[in-house]
Structures are given as structure tokens and as C-alpha cells.
Design a protein around this ligand. Sequence first.
Ligand code: ZN
Ligand code: ZN
Length: 367
Amino acid sequence: MTDESAGRLARLRQCLPEAGIDALLVCQPENRRYLSGFSGSSGWLLVSAGTAALATDSRYWDQAEHESPEWQLVKYGQGGRSFAESGLPAFLALGPVQRLGFEADYVTYAEAHAWMERLPGLTWVPVGGLVARLRAIKDAVELATLRRAVAIADEALAAALGQVRPGQSERELAWLIDSEMRAHGADDVAFDTVVAAGPNAAQPHHHPGDRLIGAGEPVVIDMGACAGGYRSDLTRTVCLGEPLDGERFWSVYDTVLRAQTAAEAALGPGAAFGLVDAAARDLIGAAGYGDYFGHGLGHGVGLAVHEDPFLRQNDQRPLVAGNLVTIEPGIYIPGWGGVRIEDLAWITEDGAEVLTTAPKRPIIRLS
Ligand code: ZN
Ligand code: ZN
């Protein structure tokens, strides 16, 4: 087991007594991968003071032995039997468990009910966020992988913007961005790419469609690359040529950019989530656009594109060194369009480092 994997397992084991459990059943896919290294799409972990076991079915036995050699492999599912029928009893035969925690924010009611009916002698304890809290603090290996995912998105955006022309559809530009991410080394896209042109840019998560991108209208592009299981998240707003409605465009763009700069300056260990959010939100409010910034300022990114911590209004919990968060203020005006600018920032021991390097000059010159 690598030092990082051993450290993650040790930190989880330290949390078990505090959570009132002697073992945790892990089923959330990113949590499973974070702890064990196993990247298959189906499997379960059992972690107790003395056990680190991975249960999966025959589709993944080879992969599990390769990716998680230090984890005790429990083979289940022979003849199509379910995890509750064959995997769970095999887990519980590995050592004594009285109070078994399970991930209540991921397991369905029907699944939990079936387990409890089958094993009524156990005390089932719903727990939330145990592994998520560990994942919020990235180690050196994770940071290096995340830097790669960020660089791929930055390079792919530059390449795509070198080819974009008025008259292309949102869908065509989204496809161009996705293929450039693949060409620059992404394993996959981190999420469905957003390309929102003109009035569509007033919808923060617009799905790219057949609308043709016109010269001089705001275009919001939100994209991310997946590399080694880790994701990046990048938004830029551009205009093909000079903006048609220059006065409003520059007023909105400058406000969003100043809000982002203020929030990034407020980042550091000990800074409350709500204080960082307020650094951007107050500035947008003072510029008269407060009603047009509806979402939170940012979120953690890692194996999942949205994970702890979430930078929301009035949340007094503090950032800590090792957090990796987006800073993404936006202004969305119905009928006109919108502007969002999003960076990824790493919280260091004494401040923060913005990992994103994509330029923030919005005008794409048309030759
Ligand atoms: Zn984004
Ligand atoms: Zn985001």
C-alpha cells in the first residue's frame, strides 16, 4: 500500500469510535476509489480496526487484485447472487462487528431495509460524510493529479477558442472542446460541457443546443477534464469579436472579475466559507447586480466535480490547508445573457494558489 493509501485508511479508522461504530461499509464510488484505489463501477469496502476488505463480483476480480493488492478480496455474486445474499455475510465472517456504519447519504432506503431484514442481530448506524471529510483535504499525489486535470482543460480551451467562429452551434463548440480535452490527454470529460450563447448564458447550467453563436454576444463555457480519476472545473466567458452591447457587457464582466479577484484574495487557511462568499457577493451587490447571482460562490473538486467544502453564504466553517475549491461568481440577466468566471484554487499553509491559468481576456479576435 502506498504511504498515501495507508494514511487515508489510518485517518478513517481514527474516526470510527467517534462515529459510534466498529466498522464502516463503504459503497459510494468515489469514497471506494479514494480508500482502496479500486476504480471499478461496482464494489463494497468494509473497514474496521483490523480489517480492510473489498467485495466485488466476477467482472472485477482481476482488476481488484491489480488495483487493490493490499485489500482482502471478497468474491461474491456467484450465480447472480446479490451483495446482501453473499457479499455481506462474507464480510461479517471476517471478524466480529456489533455496530456497522453505512453511508446513509448514498444507500437507498430499499437497500438498507433489505440488509437490516437479513441481519437483524447487527446494530445498523447511518453515518454521513465520514470519508467526504477526509477527501476534502488533498494529499500531494492528489494535488499533482489535479494539476494535470487543470492543465488539460486550460490547454483544450485555448485550442478550441483558436478554432471557434460565429455561426457554429453551441453543440459544435461543446464537441470541439470535448475532443480537444481528449486530444490533450483527458481520460474523459469531468461533466457535460456547458456552452451557453446569448440569452442562453442567463442559465448557469444550460445544455448546449442548436443555437448558432453570434458575433458579439456573451458565451459562457463551463468545462472540465478527468485525469487519473480526478476532475477539473473551469469557466470562461468570451465574446467573438467586440461585444454588441459593450456598455452592459463590460459592466457585468468587470464586476464578475473584480468579485472573483476579491474572493481569491480572501482565501487562506482559517477563512470562513461565508466570508469568502461575501467578498464576492458584497461587491456584486454594491454594483447593483445582487439579484442576479443566485448560486453559491464555489465548491470542492476532486474525485467528484462537486464535493466538500461548499462555499456558501453565512457558513462560518473555516477553510483548511489542502482544500481545493472553485471560485465562480456569476451574473445572469434573463433575456440578455450572463457572465461567469471560474478558477480552481488550492489552500496552502499560508494562503492560496490559483491553479487555473486560462486567460481572462474575453474578446476573441476574428481574423
Ligand atoms: Zn464549472
Ligand atoms: Zn464549478
